[in-house]
Design a protein around this ligand. Structure first.
Ligand code: AMP
Ligand code: GLY
Length: 424
């Protein structure tokens, strides 16, 4: 089969890495890809939002299966477009991708189908929002309704801060049209987990548990990012928590989407808050998490291609996924300044030394190749990922890889995975 992966980040490097190991994959393309995917696939210089060009490429090259990594092309309707032209594609269509594309839609779905989540309100009017904030009290959470690359969520410590955030969003200054509607919700405490499943709209296959590290600095401090590291399995997801999440969150979401006339096919990612054995839903994403995808795919024993193809064909029945017992940890190495304005174009040293380490794989994200030299070209630059017999061992190996790599201004968290150790 010829398989096209859409995207150019660490998640897509991991997808290309896993897909290219399948005996079913004769040829893998990645659009636009990065220097990491170029080592395993043919990179195609088409952007993730250039749907017509992607379609033309897939048709001209007889692509048998397209796998969509990021949310933007899903929300733009790439799946609808490819399916209209008879092409097989893995991911939710535009109507179903709204579960991530609109936080108001997603919260209303949770409320309607009794999926546990924080109390909330949806507002387009500042006065009504102010009234809700004053009545609820701080801390309180303000979210831009639309896509904001994981940055549209403000945890406000005071009512004034929350009102200022709402004013910024509604005026269009903060997130453009994504902020013209806001969700304001109760602040939840507990420990977060990323719970991902693959579904055809009826059958659900859970992936292994994972935990992300959203804040930029150690100890979960500083502003939120797309994710500074992840590990799997996540001990906070006990067998009981797993069953609860499947019954109360994922099953209800998949059935709810079908009942809404938006059958969901693809990866459905629930961001969960776990406290005292109870589970509440923070958000849904319509795709693999980045960086969760990197450790998850390193732990996946089964061939992923039959599962992706079965979802594209609309029937997952009879399929399962097997996992390696080992733990996996991914440490993201980021550019100076990220998640704000960041440096670019710095030469990355030590990639080969890190790649030579046993059980370590360096996934590229924001890199580019200049005269055959790898340089930084994004906020999150690399995801150094390692397998180990325990989370502790995987952490040690991942940081051994990190220690080999450097560039001016490199930053990374030193505490990825520590919460898991605290629990074992
Ligand atoms: P979201 O994109 O909605 O998952 O929000 C991004 C991050 O903000 C989450 O991973 C949490 O760390 C935090 N967050 C979102 N909603 C809440 C909430 N209701 N209470 C506490 N933290 C939250
Ligand atoms: N790592 C969080 C996300 O992909 O949304």
């Amino acid at each position: 089969m010829k398989i096209l992966v859409i995207g150019g980040g660490g998640r897509e490097h991991a997808l290309v890495w896993k897909i290219s190991q399948s005996p079913l994959a004769e040829k893998v393309f990645c659009a636009p890809g990065n220097p990491g995917t170029a080592q395993l696939a043919e990179n195609i210089a088409i952007g993730v939002d250039e749907l017509d060009k992607l379609l033309a490429f897939a048709r001209e090259n007889s692509v048998d299966l397209t796998v969509v990594g990021p949310e933007q092309p899903l929300s733009l309707g790439i799946v609808d477009l490819f399916e209209q032209h008879g092409l097989k594609v893995f991911g939710p269509d535009r109507g179903a991708a709204l579960i991530e594309g609109s936080k108001a839609f997603s919260k209303d779905l949770m409320q309607k189908y009794d999926i546990p989540t924080a109390a909330y309100g949806v507002f387009t009017d500042l006065a009504a929002a102010e009234e809700f904030i004053t009545r609820t009290g701080a801390p309180i959470v303000v979210k831009a309704d639309g896509l904001a690359a994981g940055k549209g969520v403000i945890i406000a410590q005071t009512c004034q801060e929350a009102i200022a955030a709402v004013r910024d969003m509604l005026s269009g200054n903060a997130f453009g049209s994504a902020g013209s509607r806001v969700v304001i919700e109760e602040f939840l405490t507990g420990e977060e987990a990323s719970f991902l499943v693959i579904t055809d709209g009826k059958n659900i296959i859970p992936l292994a548990s994972a935990q992300d590290h959203k804040a930029i600095f150690d100890g979960d401090t500083g502003p939120n990012t797309g994710g500074m590291g992840a590990y799997s399995p996540a001990p906070v997801v006990t067998a009981e928590v797993h069953d609860l999440a499947m019954q109360q969150v994922l099953r209800r979401a998949v059935d709810g989407m079908a009942a809404e006339g938006r059958p969901y096919r693809g990866v459905l990612y629930a961001g969960l808050m776990v406290k005292d054995g109870e589970v509440r839903t923070l958000e849904f994403n319509a795709r693999f998490g980045d960086p969760e995808c990197q450790p998850l795919l390193m732990r996946m024993k089964s061939d992923i291609v039959p599962v992706l193809l079965a979802v594209a064909n609309g029937d997952l029945s009879g399929l399962t996924l097997e996992w390696h017992d080992q733990a996996a940890v991914c440490v993201v190495m980021a550019a100076e300044g990220y998640p704000g304005e960041y440096r670019k174009g710095d030469r990355i040293e030590g990639l080969e030394e890190a790649a030579g380490l046993e059980d370590v794989f360096v996934f590229h994200a924001g890199t580019s190749s200049k005269n055959c030299i790898c340089v930084t070209n994004g906020g999150r630059v690399l995801g150094v990922t390692a397998l180990g017999s325990t989370v502790q061992k995987a952490i040690e190996k991942a940081y051994r890889g990190v220690a080999r790599i450097t560039w001016p201004g490199v930053q990374y968290r030193k505490d990825i995975g520590n919460k898991a150790i605290g629990r074992i």
